[in-house]
Design a binder for this molecule. Structure first.
Ligand code: SF4
Length: 116
């Protein structure tokens, strides 16, 4: 679904049908330690770009709203982790440093055959 900032995000949900006025970020919603989400946070959130760059099913994201510049600015801070090897993913755009971009562990069966 497209966010108020105009980017596709799997975590955004909105319902304005028949008088309803619901807007939710499911990433922030599932973090009980985060301050509440507001629609303007989508403008600077890195998640849509991360999801476009890395579509690995093993990449999991956690997010929270943080205050910057002495509390004058809020933005979404994202941390990635890999559900295949349970390690932190420092750069979710690139992917898991242990499993590789796809999130799968490399296997000897993945090796291409050399010249005969
Ligand atoms: S804040 Fe980020 S993760 Fe949440 S809905 Fe907006 S773009 Fe998606």
């Amino acid at each position: 679904m497209k966010t108020p900032a105009g980017k596709e995000c799997d975590f955004y949900y909105a319902d304005f049908h028949r008088g309803r006025n619901v807007q939710v970020c499911r990433l922030i919603e599932r973090n009980p330690d985060s301050p509440p989400w507001k629609p303007h946070l989508c403008r600077t959130c890195p998640v849509p770009d991360i999801l476009r760059a890395n579509q690995s099913e093993t990449l999991k994201l956690d997010g929270k709203v943080v205050k910057k510049f002495f509390g004058f600015k809020e933005q979404v801070q994202v941390e990635g982790w890999c559900s295949a090897c349970f390690s932190a993913v420092p750069d979710p755009m690139v992917g898991c440093p242990n499993c590789g971009r796809s999130g799968h562990r490399p296997s000897i069966f993945d090796l291409e055959e050399g010249p005969e």
